[in-house]
Design a protein around this ligand. Structure first.
Ligand SMILES: [Zn+2]
Ligand SMILES: [Zn+2]
Length: 255
């Protein structure tokens, strides 16, 4: 039971990060009505729980990443850090500055992100983040069959979002193969990205940053795109950008 809970939380949390924070908030690859946006926003919070990410702060950081990929101003370039922890720590600091309005981003990286201040206030408050942690703990206390599950598996639920971020940002710019020369170190880590719902096609994604499908070759499968495709077929969302669409020039150009 705890394995199912772990796999479910892992996949749904990263799926929402890919669909909502990444493909919607940061890249605006699709549009939807205001009520649908609120429903998806709420669902993202509930599924990401204790490690929910503010869509605006995520989008600013991510747009900077595209503009400066693997350069000195990339907020999370593996080449600038000795390990994934130090990379994610400095990413977290920068993220918090944007989430709490302590740092002003360049205007070209800001705007066009879903706004719901009341939900952000609740989601970002410590009591609420801790409450999610307590709920995960209760589930483990009820269903865990071995003590090591509480010690080794439970902590992952508290920091699911940053763990996904560390895997994608570290491995996606370090390990795997390349389809395109993007002038950076982006790689495709897995041809079938069952681990992070498509996020590990970094090489394809940096080439065609606005394409809602992160797969680019016949053997590659992007599970996040398959879900997005279903949502579009059901008319819950409408796709804005065609496949193989590149990143807009004003955003790409370094300052
Ligand atoms: Zn990248
Ligand atoms: Zn992106």
């Amino acid at each position: 039971m705890v394995y199912l809970f772990f796999a479910g939380h892992w996949l749904l949390s990263v799926l929402m990060q890919s669909l909502f924070q990444h493909r919607y908030a940061a890249h605006r690859m699709y549009v939807m009505g205001p009520r649908t946006e609120r429903a998806l926003h709420l669902l993202t919070w509930l599924l990401q729980g204790s490690s929910y990410l503010n869509p605006r702060a995520y989008a600013i950081l991510h747009r900077e990443h595209h503009a400066f990929s693997d350069g000195a101003r990339d907020p999370h370039a593996p080449g600038s850090h000795t390990n994934a922890f130090s990379m994610m720590w400095s990413t977290k600091e920068r993220y918090s500055d944007y989430a709490h309005d302590r740092r002003k981003p360049e205007a070209r990286f800001d705007g066009g992100t879903p706004e719901w201040p009341a939900l952000e206030r609740v989601a970002d408050s410590w009591p609420v983040r801790v409450l999610f942690g307590v709920l995960y703990g209760c589930f483990y206390l009820a269903f865990a069959t071995h003590a090591w599950q509480l010690v080794l598996m439970l902590p992952f639920h508290f920091v699911m979002g940053p763990v996904h971020g560390a895997i994608v940002n570290w491995c996606g710019h370090k390990y795997g193969y390349r389809n395109f020369d993007n002038g950076d170190k982006s790689r495709n880590t897995l041809p079938f990205d069952f681990l992070t719902m498509g996020e590990l096609f970094q090489n394809n994604h940096h080439k065609y940053a606005q394409s809602p499908d992160f797969a680019a070759r016949w053997f590659e499968i992007d599970p996040g795109w398959q879900v997005l495709r279903l949502l579009a077929a059901a008319r819950i969302v409408a796709l804005r950008t065609p496949q193989r669409a590149e990143y807009p020039e004003p955003l790409r150009r370094a300052a």
